[in-house]
Design a protein around this ligand. Structure first.
Ligand code: PLP
Length: 399
């Protein structure tokens, strides 16, 4: 029998973000200096006390299987952090720790969605949502938002997308790829529709700790009494503690959903890495000054990026309330030639920018929004200065 790939996996789109990052790496390997704004990961090394906790855990012999849904101390620490910061009461049994927040999302869709269920995903969206939903046989329903609304889903747009098969709504605030942050009022309007129409809400709060200026973060499940019963919250250590490589994320959910995900995980991956769990425990329970320091640095970079984009001809981006992305409107720069290369869409624009100026960004089309490019500012100010100067040179390059 010929060795073929399943129809399900053939239908998957590979991650465009990782593909752009790989192209940037290839260029670097060929000896070029590359300004890489493609990847969504902090450039900082994981703080020292967290690394030391991991070493101590290894030396203490925590190198075995752990309970599938995580060590009790970590599940309790996650529940405590939501109680202390958001006033939400979860028992440790409602926390399921997985191999990164991406794995948590996979667990949610697999444990909750049946074939034919519709999952509403506002666009621009993070690249993996729709693909993970498709793997379950459920149907992603992409709902466009507007730049003039800071790319936030409105009650009206949500209502217009609902059908009798609507099962789940996915919200990401602060957002990857736009950096926009829903206000408590905006989220409450969506929560009311979810309650009225009996929707499950997945609240991806992975960028929760990266909030700028006067913006205020609201955890979705807090917004109406009883909302936690229909909400599955996703979070983790990757972005807030510069721990992308450790692969620890989690969900907070009603107990029967947590049990279902634990059962699924027991057959798919077993526990997440024991050592990483101890590191994540140190992240949550240890000093939080490191988060503030990284946030201060991200904040400086955000200011710089905002100012420079404002200075560049006919570029704009929406208000970045959180996360570390600028979602730049490049529409005025499409439909022209850059040093002989015709550029008609965001993919061509990003590829040409990389080829001509060695600056890596990600095309908006990968996030369901043509006419934009995502620039991650999780990289040093020097890189951003040089890279934005090159973007300026690209924009001004002759036909
Ligand atoms: C919105 C969003 N959710 C989830 C994740 C996954 O995080 P992790 O690295 O913990 O799997 C990411 C990572 O890029 C993200 O941007």
């Amino acid at each position: 029998m010929p060795l073929t790939v399943s129809r399900l996996v053939q239908a998957l789109e590979p991650s465009a973000t990782l593909a752009m990052a790989a192209k940037a790496k290839e260029l670097k390997a060929s000896g070029k200096t590359v300004y890489d704004f493609s990847v969504g990961e902090p450039d900082f090394i994981t703080p020292r006390h967290i690394r030391e906790a991991a070493t101590a855990a290894m030396n203490a012999g925590h190198t075995h299987y752990t309970p599938v849904a995580g060590i009790p101390e970590l599940r309790a620490a996650v529940a405590k952090s939501y109680r202390q910061r958001h006033g939400l009461e979860y028992s440790p049994q409602q926390v399921v720790v997985s191999n990164g927040a991406k794995h948590s999302l996979h667990n949610i869709f697999t444990a909750v969605c049946d074939p034919g269920d519709e999952v509403i995903i506002p666009a621009p969206y993070w690249v993996s949502y729709a693909e993970l939903v498709k793997l379950t046989g459920a149907r992603p329903v992409i709902v466009a938002t507007q730049e003039s609304d800071d790319f936030k889903l409105t009650r009206e747009r949500l209502q217009a997308a609902l059908t009798p098969r609507s099962r789940m709504l996915l919200l990401c605030s602060p957002s990857n790829p736009t950096g926009s942050l829903y206000s408590p009022e905006e989220l409450t309007a969506l929560a009311d529709v979810a309650i009225e129409r009996d929707l499950i809400v997945v609240a991806d709060e992975i960028y929760e700790r990266l909030i700028y200026g006067n913006h205020r973060f609201a955890s979705f499940a807090t917004l109406r009494p009883g909302l936690a019963e229909r909400t599955i919250t996703v979070n983790g250590v990757s972005k807030a503690y510069a721990m992308t490589g450790w692969r620890i994320g989690w969900t907070l959910s009603p107990p029967h959903i947590a049990k279902a995900m634990e059962s699924l995980q027991s057959q798919e991956t077993s526990n997440p890495s024991s050592v990483s769990q101890y590191a994540a425990l140190a992240a949550l329970e240890g000093p939080q000054q490191c988060v503030d320091e990284m946030l201060a640095e991200f904040s400086r970079r955000r200011e710089f990026v905002r100012r420079r984009i404002g200075e560049l001809p006919r570029l704009s981006c929406c208000e970045m309330g959180g996360a570390f992305y600028a979602f730049v409107n490049i529409q005025a720069h499409l439909g022209r030639t850059y040093r002989g290369a015709r550029v008609d869409n965001s993919a061509q624009w990003c590829l040409e920018l990389l080829a001509q100026q060695s600056v890596a960004t990600v095309m908006g089309s990968a996030f369901g929004a043509e006419g934009y490019a995502r620039l991650s500012f999780a990289t040093s100010l020097e890189q951003l200065e040089a890279g934005l100067a090159r973007i300026e040179a690209f924009l001004k390059s002759p036909a």
